[in-house]
Design a binder for this molecule. Sequence first.
Ligand SMILES: Cc1cc2nc3c(=O)[nH]c(=O)nc-3n(C[C@H](O)[C@H](O)[C@H](O)COP(=O)(O)OP(=O)(O)OC[C@H]3O[C@@H](n4cnc5c(N)ncnc54)[C@H](O)[C@@H]3O)c2cc1C
Length: 296
Amino acid sequence: MSSIAIEEGVLLSRYTTIGTGGPARWFAQPRTLAELEEALRFAGERGLAVATVGLGSNLLAADAGVDALVLRLAGELAEAGVSDALLVAGGGAANAVCLHRARAAGLGGFEFACAIPGTAGGGVWMNAGAYGRDWSAILVRALVATADGMGWLSPAELGLSYRHSGLGHGQVVARVEYGLQPRAVEEIKAEVAELVALRKATQPTNKRTFGSVFKNPPGDHGAGRLLELSGMKGHRSGGAVVSPKHANFVENAGGATTADCLAVMAEGRRRVLEQHCVELEHEVVLLGDIELPAVR
Ligand SMILES: Cc1cc2nc3c(=O)[nH]c(=O)nc-3n(C[C@H](O)[C@H](O)[C@H](O)COP(=O)(O)OP(=O)(O)OC[C@H]3O[C@@H](n4cnc5c(N)ncnc54)[C@H](O)[C@@H]3O)c2cc1C
């Protein structure tokens, strides 16, 4: 008798910050390691692919749906607490919760993540980062679960590099440990306020987006600047529009679909290659049977 609810056909648009995405074939929200194991067993017995969503803040899910068991960690797998100088977080714990716990305990080092609206697990998968720091700078280890069992992996074993880890779908980050340093609460608050203000000034923080569309390529110009120089600001397809504030963001201006987002991304990539000879690589994770058209 299953103790975890596993539903059919749950719309992923409810779980992505851009608000697009079709149904997951199966969907479950494990709250404990035992429930996570149960969900992974369910998938294993049926030969189903597994994918995990965090806050869906760097995710585009196919409009036609995702043929997998999609997991979203909840309950104790979305909580965080401090133990000695370690911040221990469930893979589904929001960065905002982690920052709050760290600040309350007088621990600094996580401030850079204040404007990254994701989870611990999403941070590991993406090696998320900002202002010169990323997950690899604070992560001590991560507990990774698969259908075959679970074990702790170090940052080196996770293969963290610029907005990349070696993790694959089917590997679920269930828990993480962050190593932080004592810091005065007032200093933490001041740095966070400064970084949040900087964000508001430069990015469309009050719109539905999925964060950075493309990774910054090597060279003098970031992806946003190349897209801006290519005339992409304000470019629209259906309900998706390239942010007039920052060209490496796509906004849902109302009724956008994942196909709309992919269409503006494809146009941006095409123009940047044509005008600047740079082939942009998408940072946003594509879930389901979707891809960007080849530009060469
Ligand atoms: C306004 C805005 C600003 C942003 N700013 C930044 C920024 O400054 N820097 C930056 O790096 N990113 C930024 N992002 C992107 C995004 O917030 C980060 O990539 C974040 O780490 C994604 O976390 P998530 O939990 O939302 O993951 P999701 O978007 O849900 O998923 C991303 C990937 O992680 C995987 N994943 C999620 N949780 C788990 C888990 N528990 N186990 C295994 N795999 C998992 C998913 O399968 C997917 O492959 C921004 C996004 C927005 C909307």
